[in-house]
Ligand binder design. Structure first.
Ligand code: GDP
Length: 298
């Protein structure tokens, strides 16, 4: 599926809509719950999740008089509750090198995220190697090299159009020889030819397992938060192609409609390792459920 950016929403739009719907006070009745459901759907939460969130908010409170502040508080608490279990940083393995496969559609922010992660690990005293596994896109390889320079991390490349699995194998050899803590492998993101990409990812995994049967230790799916509900279908697609173990959500600086993260947590329960909040090297943050809930509700 081609990612279509959701219409821009201004920060705090959900909160303003709640205020408009509830001011000054209203009973938390069926009509009000229906209005809230519509607001949550407009915030990209999806129908199932919006229904569950409102039902949980209303439990034991049906018919009670509420102010907009009460509703926003309940909503934020419920969102934080859904998000709490998925807020988990990338687990660190004692074994070297820890192999992290990074997957996602083109444009989702894979290259940028790899650069940011490399920089963070480097700052934490880890040695990192990056493999530019999207060998079919020369521009992607160049971009990754730029990020590697910024982060001070070597980027292994292969000639354009060559086999990414061979590069991944060489990168394993290099990371082992260097005693690197972490090997991050970028991958192609052309969903236009799904079967091809699936075979390519499977081959990378097969080949690196010759070196370490437990590799990859993590398979991170990078998702662009501004694609809204499209992110859900991307998770399904990539789960069919690879053993996705966690998510990084990018471009949360550009959207007030982070509601899709709630839907993702509710439906898939995959850990969110980090969020991208800008294009600079330091713009990657741990995911904080309470900050997030406050930001979504506004
Ligand atoms: P890739 O094709 O998946 O490797 O995606 P890139 O890493 O090249 O990113 C695509 C575009 O999104 C670039 O213009 C990045 O600067 C931008 N980008 C990536 N992450 C973020 C983020 O967290 N916030 C913003 N605002 N832009 C981002």
């Amino acid at each position: 599926p081609v990612a279509e950016p959701a219409p821009a929403a201004k920060p705090g739009f959900l909160g303003r809509l709640v205020s408009r719907t509830v001011e000054p006070r209203r009973a938390l009745d069926d009509e009000m719950l229906e209005s809230l459901e519509d607001l949550l759907i407009a915030a990209d939460m999806g129908v199932d999740t919006a229904l569950r969130v409102t039902a949980n908010m209303a439990e034991g409170r049906h018919g009670r008089m509420m102010s907009a502040t009460d509703i926003k508080g309940l909503l934020a608490a419920e969102i934080a509750r859904v998000m709490e279990p998925v807020a988990r940083p990338l687990p660190i393995y004692p074994k070297k090198p820890q192999v992290v496969l990074v997957v996602g559609v083109n444009g989702s922010g894979k290259t940028t995220t790899i650069g940011k992660l490399a920089s963070q690990f480097k700052a934490a005293g880890k040695t990192v190697v990056i493999a530019a596994g999207d060998t079919f896109r020369a521009a992607a390889v160049e971009q990754l090299q730029v990020w590697g320079q910024r982060a001070g991390v070597p980027v292994l490349t292969a000639p354009e159009g060559s086999d990414p699995a061979a590069l991944a194998f060489d990168a394993m050899t290099r990371a082992e020889a260097d005693g690197a803590d972490l090997l991050m492998i970028d991958t192609a993101g052309r969903l236009q030819n799904r079967a091809d990409l699936m075979e390519e990812l499977a081959k990378i995994v097969r080949v690196i397992r010759k070196k370490d049967p437990d590799a990859p230790h993590n398979t991170i799916l990078v998702l662009d938060a501004t694609t809204g509900q499209n992110a859900l279908s991307q998770v399904k697609t990539f789960q069919e192609m690879a053993n996705v173990s966690g998510l990084v959500m990018t471009k949360l600086d550009g959207t007030a409609k982070g509601g899709v993260l709630v839907a993702l947590a509710d439906k898939f329960g995959l850990p969110i390792h980090a969020i991208g909040v800008g294009e600079q090297i330091d713009d990657l943050q741990p995911f904080d459920p309470e900050d997030f809930a406050r930001a979504v509700v506004g």
